[in-house]
Design a protein around this ligand. Structure first.
Ligand code: ZN
Length: 208
């Protein structure tokens, strides 16, 4: 419940309270005694009031959102979204030559939503973990393939030093120190962290 008198809305209610001591429910619009109100922050930061009935209905809906998620379908849909996002990221980088780390945030966002959708619009800790794990794997795999691509470019540009190489697909272990060094940069890791945080937070159980 919001503290009385701290916000503008509360002042208005105080004034109104002298007249009829009631407020309107933000959900059903019904009037009810101001003393029974539940106050929340609305989407735009405004104060929203709910009556007892609507408050309980909202709590019940959020509780049900965490029950019986379809974990297998969440993992499949999340992985498909991850594959699409990873391929799109790779192609974009390869075709434009831009290496935009911020894509990692979009990847996490997309996977988070795909996992929620795949689970049957559910939320909860299991889905948070599925979403975060898929995002980490996607970022690692995409970055690895990009490093291989740029390595190939480098070898072709310096063909004098690598006379035997003529552009064939190459495989270098992801655990090769030089590959690891090319995959991870401090700023890149921070952006990855934001993307993974998004993926982990989106399927979080909601409460009122
Ligand atoms: Zn109501």
């Amino acid at each position: 419940m919001a503290e009385q008198g701290k916000e503008k809305d509360d002042f208005q209610i105080k004034i109104g309270a002298k007249a009829d001591e009631s407020v309107n429910c933000g959900q059903c619009q019904g009037q009810f005694p101001a003393a029974q109100r539940y106050a929340y922050k609305g989407k735009k930061g405004q104060t929203v009031y709910l009556c007892e009935k609507c408050h309980e209905a909202a709590e019940k809906a959020f509780r049900e959102e965490t029950q019986n998620p379809n974990l297998a379908k969440a993992a499949v849909v999340g992985s498909l979204a991850a594959l699409a996002a990873g391929v799109a990221w790779y192609l974009f980088s390869v075709l434009t030559g831009y290496q935009i780390g911020y894509v990692a945030i979009g990847v996490g966002f997309l996977i988070g939503h795909a996992v929620i959708w795949g689970s049957g619009k559910k939320r909860g800790p299991s889905l948070q973990i599925i979403s975060a794990v898929i995002t980490v794997v996607t970022l690692l795999v995409s970055q690895y393939f990009l490093v291989l691509f740029y390595l190939r470019e480098y070898l072709l540009e310096h063909s004098a030093e690598f006379p035997g190489y003529n552009g064939q697909w190459l495989f270098v272990s992801p655990f090769e120190p030089d590959v690891l060094k090319a995959m991870f940069s401090p700023i890149g890791l921070i952006i990855w962290g934001v993307g993974i945080y998004f993926a982990y937070s989106l399927p979080k159980a909601r409460s009122i």
